[in-house]
Design a protein around this ligand. Structure first.
Ligand SMILES: [Zn+2]
Ligand SMILES: [Zn+2]
Length: 260
């Protein structure tokens, strides 16, 4: 009995000592917080909203009922559902950037938890068998050393208590960065970029995880590959949805503005 009584007290004392030496800080801004892994009040209250007015199937900014937008209705391999946590805005945008480009995969826990807070009830209501992260091309994976979507996917798979299948989908084509491309160029850029392993995805209800979605061209190409390989359904879950600015809309609308 005695050791069992002493142990928690000793542990508490040890934790208190650790807290004195290394006070817990907000993972976003380094302000002191009461508990490790918690966001400070300032960062928490500044988190962006959950986006509204998007297609419930593909996430595009297009209106449509539960059956999806016109683009989804006309497409054989459209996604079945789209779930998103946040608008891709400050201060989350800077933290996702830090997570991806400044080699801070440990931020994935916080970002995964933040995504889960917003999406849990929706994700739990959808029948799902496996979680598949949107893959990086091997060259990029070696450069970055981790796949940001796989870290988020691992976190959500654990919460959903279903397996994550990291090699269910592979990226064969080394695509150029999507950022500077028009919507049409983005679609061409990712055409045929993915191949799915039918042994792992066929007859499965899949949750495809992406960190940030902009035009959705990459995620939609991945959905197509999964469905061609026999997936029953594909739900896209993404942490943040970027709403294109007006300049992008103009390009997508076919009005080509010459930039000097
Ligand atoms: Zn903070
Ligand atoms: Zn749609």
């Amino acid at each position: 009995m005695l050791p069992q009584r002493i142990q928690p007290a000793a542990l508490r004392l040890w934790c208190r000592c650790l807290n004195l030496m290394f006070p817990p800080v907000c993972p976003f801004c380094d302000a002191q917080v009461a508990q490790n892994g918690r966001l400070c009040e300032v960062c928490r209250s500044a988190l962006p909203k959950q986006p509204d007015h998007y297609c419930l199937r593909c996430g595009q900014r297009a209106y449509g009922g539960p059956d999806g937008c016109l683009r989804c209705l006309n497409k054989a391999h459209a996604p079945n559902r789209f779930v998103v946590g946040y608008l891709y805005q400050s201060p989350l945008r800077e933290q996702i950037h830090r997570f991806k480009y400044r080699d801070t995969p440990e931020l994935s826990k916080q970002l995964g938890a933040l995504g889960w807070t917003r999406m849990a009830s929706q994700l739990r209501s959808i029948p799902l068998d496996i979680v598949v992260p949107l893959p990086l091309h091997n060259t990029k994976l070696i450069q970055r050393r981790f796949n940001q979507s796989a870290l988020l996917a691992g976190c959500w798979a654990k919460n959903l208590k279903i397996p994550m299948v990291t090699n269910g989908l592979q990226r064969f084509k080394m695509t150029q960065s999507q950022a500077s491309l028009t919507a049409r160029q983005r679609r061409d850029n990712v055409r045929g970029a993915f191949r799915a392993d039918s042994k792992q995805v066929s007859q499965r209800r899949i949750l495809l995880v992406d960190d940030v979605m902009t035009t959705g061209a990459t995620a939609l190409a991945a959905v197509q590959a999964l469905k061609r390989a026999g997936a029953c359904s594909v739900t896209i879950a993404c942490l943040a949805l970027a709403i294109p600015d007006r300049a992008d809309d103009a390009v997508q609308g076919g009005k080509h503005h010459a930039k000097h």
